[in-house]
Design a protein around this ligand. Structure first.
Ligand code: SF4
Length: 163
């Protein structure tokens, strides 16, 4: 059975910066969790960040530009925390490689997990098209990344592959 990587906060784990979760109610997700298909990851906490922690956003860049050193992830008070984010992305990738995971469902808009949108670095709630650091690294290695709003697409993918 092909495993699917999932953001820990989407499974109800209180690992977000504000010590909350994003629990997603979805029959398919519940079924996959019950059959042991899901592999939970929180790149930020796995990299050593605390719960709770200050909000962070990518400043003037994208996940890929953080990975190549052209942009940083900053906390709301201005501290640079890029190293945590790149380490967390590497941990997620290592998990995928170890378990032969080719598909991920990650929490939208996060500076780590966002796959279609991220916040713009101004801490004003403004979202822009883009992806977080973990989503970017996984995609660079051929892993298909979806958000919690695209679970039906993941379902089709897995059913089509008969996995
Ligand atoms: S890093 Fe990803 S898994 Fe962890 S709290 Fe943020 S969105 Fe959720």
């Amino acid at each position: 059975m092909k495993k699917v990587l999932v953001s820990a906060c989407l499974l109800g784990n209180k690992v977000r910066y504000d010590a909350g979760s994003l629990s997603v109610e979805h029959a398919v997700l519940a079924k996959w969790q019950a059959e042991g298909r899901l592999v939970s990851v929180c790149p930020e906490v796995d990299a050593g960040m605390s719960i709770p922690r200050r909000p962070a956003e990518i400043f003037q860049g994208q996940g890929a530009s953080v990975l190549n050193g052209e942009a940083d992830v900053i906390e709301k008070d201005g501290d640079i925390v890029s190293d945590y984010f790149t380490k967390g992305a590497s941990i997620a990738l290592a998990l995928c490689e170890k378990l032969n995971i080719e598909v991920a469902i990650l929490a939208e808009s996060s500076p780590s997990c966002g796959s279609s949108f991220i916040y713009d670095g101004s801490f004003t709630g403004n979202r822009i098209a883009g992806e977080g650091v973990t989503a970017a690294l996984l995609r660079q290695h051929g892993i298909q990344v979806f958000s919690q709003h695209e679970i039906a697409d993941v379902c089709q993918l897995i059913e089509a592959a008969g996995e």
